[in-house]
Structures are given as structure tokens and as C-alpha cells.
Design a protein around this ligand. Sequence first.
Ligand code: ADP
Ligand code: 5GP
Length: 212
Amino acid sequence: MLGGRKGILFVISGPSGVGKGTLKDRLLARQEGIEYSISATTRPMRDGEINGVHYFFLAKPEFERMIASGDFLEWAVVYDNYYGTPRRFVLDNLNQGKDVLLEIDIQGARQIRERYPEGVFIFIAPPSLTELAKRLELRGKDSPEVIRQRLSHYDEEMAEIVNYDYAVINDDLEYTTLKLSAIITAERCKVVRFIRRDEIGTAFDQQTDEGK
Ligand code: ADP
Ligand code: 5GP
């Protein structure tokens, strides 16, 4: 029974500017055995971003072609741009027993949860709306109009917390990283994770086969 385990899918969501990207980098630097899934997007590249590192930056027709071919595990329109999780990378890693981390919006997380409830869903919340606005401004990568648009989704996004397994307030950066790291470690120790791969829910695999 204690055999090769299937990888665990960790999903992180939260309002824009809450610190997801920062936390993800810190987490990956200190947790072994977790692969980050690089998303595809049609949004313009920000200063300092690298294609294939931060995102796969695609033109709209290309993204739409990939939707039509079933190449995304989930996709959504977020703040007027397409964002999506490439299917193959995630499934290959999970099937090889590697854990995978997704950093996606609440619509995408909802899609994943419907198809793969054994994933671990973590919501990152800001200490307050004022602090969130401050972080978006300090980051200095988005125009005031884009920041306004992102903040306008705050209440709607925060209302989604109830659909997550964990809620983590990103106040002190080091403490928050520690909390996320603890969640990953605890999830890996769950007895259910050691049950043979073929005994674990196969909903995702079935859905994958159909979607290929
Ligand atoms: P997201 O990926 O959620 O949009 P970022 O990781 O880009 O957010 O973080 C937004 C800004 O907030 C960045 O300038 C980052 O350095 C800062 N930040 C992240 N976490 C904290 C924290 N705990 N305290 C203060 N500032 C933070
Ligand atoms: P940003 O443009 O700031 O990088 O990201 C904007 C929002 O898109 C964030 O909430 C982020 O979590 C979300 N996002 C990034 N990648 C994906 C993805 O692959 N799918 C979905 N649904 N959302 C994503």
C-alpha cells in the first residue's frame, strides 16, 4: 500500500498584488520536489519579465487555438486578458509522482477543484484592502487604471475564501512563507497520499484522456 505516490497539486490564488509571486519564489527556493507550472497569457509583458520563465506570452489567436485543441487544464479571462494552465506539464509531473504548484485566479481554481478535488487549495489574503493597494502601487508595474481595475474585484475575490482548504494572510513575508511551507509538508505526510496511484481518484485522468 505504501508505494509510489501520485504528485500533489497545490493551487494558490488571491487578489492581485497580495504577494503570490513573491511567496511562490520563496517557497520554491526552500521546498524540494515541487514543480511550478508556468502559465500562458495574452497580457503584455511587464518590465523584467521573460517569456518562458514568468509566463508563456502568446498572441490571442494562438491562445484561442490552444483552447480549441484542449491544451489547457483550465483557462480564464482575468482583467481582460486570457490566462491558462498548460495541461501536459501538470499531468506528466503528477503522474511521475512530482508535486505541482499552480498560481492562478479564482475562476481557474474553481475549474480545477471541480475536476480534481484532491488538489490542495490555498487562498492568500492581504492584511487589508489599504495594504493591498499600497503593494500594487509600490510594485510599480501597472498603470493607475489597471490598479483600479484590479482592486475593484477585491470583495468578489475575498468572498471565494470559503471554497479553499487553507487561508493564509500575507502580513509578515517570512512567517507567511513558513506557513505555506508547513501546509506543503503536512499535506505530503497525509496517509491518503501514500495509497497506490491507481487507488487514488482518477477523475482528472479520465477527463485528460477525453480532452487530449
Ligand atoms: P501578486 O503576484 O500576488 O500579484 P507580488 O508577489 O507581485 O503579488 O507582490 C506585490 C508587491 O507586494 C511586491 O512589490 C512585493 O514585493 C510586495 N509584497 C509581497 N509580500 C509582501 C509582504 N508580506 N509585505 C510587504 N510587501 C509584500
Ligand atoms: P498577473 O497579470 O498579475 O501576472 O496575474 C493576474 C492574475 O492572473 C492573477 O490573479 C494570477 O493568479 C492569474 N493567473 C496567472 N496565471 C493563470 C492561469 O494559468 N490561469 C488562471 N485562471 N489565472 C492565472
